[in-house]
Design a protein around this ligand. Sequence first.
Ligand code: 13P
Ligand code: SF4
Length: 304
Amino acid sequence: MLLREIQDEILRLKQEKDIAILAHSYQSHEITEVADFVGDSYALAKKAMTLTQKTVILCGVRFMAETVKILSPEKTVYLANSSAGCPMAEQFNKTDIENLRAKHPDYTVVAYINTTAELKTVCDVCVTSSCAEQVIRSMPQDKIIFVPDINLGTYCKNLVPEKDFILLDGGCPIHASMTENDVFKVKKQYPSAVFLAHPECKAEVTKQADYTGSTTGIMEYAIKSDKKEFIIGTENSIVEHLKYKCPDKKFFPLSNNFICGDMAITSVFDILDCINGKGEEIKIDEDTRIAAKKCIDKMIEYGG
Ligand code: 13P
Ligand code: SF4
């Protein structure tokens, strides 16, 4: 079967079976072509609350599918490829957070959404890269334990210096592997290019960026800009998407190694399997779901 034939089959069956396909911005072009909605983690969470379809297939990583299930328990939610996890989400467990809470009882735990549903049950407020600043400014508490990403935490701490942060030593292994030398090298090669970075990168990288933001933020910046050349400081799928969206502009990866294997693992065949009821359905016990939902609800309350 040709790719186009598989995509047509997906488009026909999702209509027939009342299925919504949500795809994170890091998914491949061929997946975004069959998706009902493509966006960053915050946009996916908000979209999940408004879907009318009874079944959702999430193309992305596990915590994203869990977020959909937490917000829409009445829906059947599939993670398109059950091996797709975010390594950062597994870096700390409930006991780690409970111990921190006991040590710092007057601090509020802010969890990056890249955490498991189970970990969210012992956190107070969630954030994503696109709403973190807004949430942290809006929440009344001033003392924050930020888990798990030290780079997003540092980025927020610099944006909101009036608040007090305790940071953990977690993070995205892919974004955190980028160095200021990578930036120097690519900037030397393309001196007039605008540099756009994700806040999961280290401060030594983001401080050299013309813009730092979520995957959607980076794409919107490049699409709206009247500049013609861009260095993309996030997963390389964004370079590919931007080449399709803006054929008159040039996009260069910060590094050829900027690839998230977990995001790349999902294929159109996985979507077809889920449509045919053969994928992994996300199940979360009700106590965990309700406890985890509290911090996602707070994110939406403060994040707008
Ligand atoms: P966004 O919320 O910017 O889409 O980021 C999710 C992610 O996993 C980045 O690595
Ligand atoms: Fe997780 Fe990093 Fe992959 Fe994003 S790019 S899903 S943070 S491992």
